[in-house]
Design a protein around this ligand. Structure first.
Ligand code: GLU
Length: 419
């Protein structure tokens, strides 16, 4: 395994936690959590709009169902690998355990560049994936959701494909979360991850002895997570001085009008050319002056090569795995507080749980209900993690992992070892 992969980093984080838990749990039980329960590769060959069938590779990993059905999104990117999906499924196990929802961890990957597919071809590919993955997807087995490259519309098509194959009007129970509200989705799910990031960031600023209003922030990523986090931070009085996506960045020391940028982006589908800021290199932006840095795009963005130059005092991980373990150590030494991904971006899966509950119990929740519960849960968990970190002199990541892995280990222990 090469050392600079999401899987190598997930393993390094896990191994450090397992070492802390050695006295508490049997070694074979700790070893068990290293491995996923199931790692599958599917070969899809849908017929696209041009009438030709094309081969796509897809991956599904069920890391752990100790606490409930595996939960986690479908990533559609050109570079996603089975090992990445394995790492991300493992992170979902810890994320669900930490945020306190009755789910295990899973993840899917489809190797395709979502942005270059026409909407017809993307629908065809998603439906093909669903047909081929159907034995993996079930409210009691694995429940997908959006991740990089997939969205609400795709989740609607997954629900429709399964419904159709069952010959029902709709599915009984929740097969997928993050779907359109009209199909049984929940209000606020689309914004939940970004909203959770803003809530965790506010709590962390207070923990640092400051406050959110008046602070400056740089946000990497202007997709579902970054754009919502930037908007909500700005609404709470933060001066957002920089925003980047994969194609480049924008900087304005007086603050970017995030709402105006969102309107510009909705029309132009790019950040470049926005009149209210200067164009800068996206990577350079990470090391420019700010109080809060929100990496909310890809993994492996804060590395040993740029960590020492990070000027923020708080890093809020909106993305999964944006900080490498080496960078983590550098940031810790510099006294930078890092809100780890499994805490910082857990708002998405928390609201997925509300969607699952709503569908299972056939009730209806309002946006106000959802946002109140999300705010409460994020604040509670942040406080719990922060307290443990203080008590045991750990980083927030180590404390969050300790709480999460302990819960999964307790569930495994309670379930026993025999089928
Ligand atoms: N893809 C999101 C994540 O990484 C959400 C997963 C879900 O809601 O199941 O947390």
């Amino acid at each position: 395994m090469s050392e600079n992969t999401l899987l190598a980093h997930a393993m390094a984080n896990y191994n450090r936690t397992a070492a802390l838990l050695k006295g508490e749990f049997a070694e074979d039980l700790l070893d068990k959590m290293h491995q996923p329960q199931e790692r599958s590769e599917l070969i899809l060959s849908p017929q696209l709009a041009d009438g030709k069938s094309r081969v796509f590779h897809a991956f599904i990993v069920h890391h752990s169902s100790a606490l409930g059905p595996c939960k986690g999104g479908i990533r559609m990117t050109a570079g996603v690998t089975l090992d990445d999906v394995n790492a991300l499924a493992m992170e979902m196990t810890w994320k669900c355990a930490l945020i306190g929802v009755p789910f295990g961890g899973g993840k899917s990957g489809i190797v395709a560049d979502a942005e270059s597919l026409s909407s017809y071809d993307k629908e065809t590919l998603i439906r093909s994936f669903t047909r081929n993955a159907q034995r993996h997807i079930h409210p009691l087995i694995y429940v997908p959701a959006p991740d990089m490259g997939t969205n609400e519309r795709d989740m609607g098509h997954i629900k429709d494909t399964i419904t159709y194959s069952l010959g029902h009007a709709t599915t009984q129970g929740c097969y997928v979360t993050g779907k359109p509200v009209i199909l049984g989705g929940i209000p606020g799910r689309r914004e939940a991850t970004g909203r959770g990031v803003a809530i965790a960031t506010a709590a962390a600023m207070v923990a640092l002895g400051g406050k959110l209003a008046g602070a400056t922030a740089i946000v990497q990523g202007f997709g579902n997570v970054g754009s919502v986090a930037a908007l909500l931070l700005a609404e709470r009085g933060v001066r957002v001085v920089g925003i980047a996506d994969a194609r480049g960045g924008l900087h304005n020391p007086d603050g970017i009008d995030v709402a105006a940028l969102a309107a510009y982006f909705a029309k132009q589908r790019k950040l470049a050319g926005f009149p209210g800021a200067r164009a800068v290199d996206g990577q350079e932006l990470l090391t420019m002056p700010c109080d809060i840095l929100v990496p909310a795009a890809a993994g492996n963005q804060i590395t040993k090569d740029n960590a020492a130059r990070i000027q923020a005092k708080l890093v809020a991980e909106g993305a999964n795995g944006p900080t490498t373990p080496e960078a983590d150590a550098i940031l810790e030494k510099k006294g930078v507080l890092v809100i780890p991904d499994i805490l910082c971006n857990a708002g998405g899966v928390f609201v997925s749980y509300l969607e699952f509950t709503q569908e299972t119990q056939q009730e209806q929740m309002t946006l106000a209900d959802v946002n109140t519960r999300l705010e409460q849960r994020m604040k509670d968990r942040f406080a719990q993690v922060h307290e443990l970190a203080r008590e045991r002199k750990l980083s927030l990541r180590q404390a969050a992992m300790l709480l999460a892995v302990r819960r999964v280990a307790q569930a495994l222990e309670a379930r026993g070892n025999l089928p």
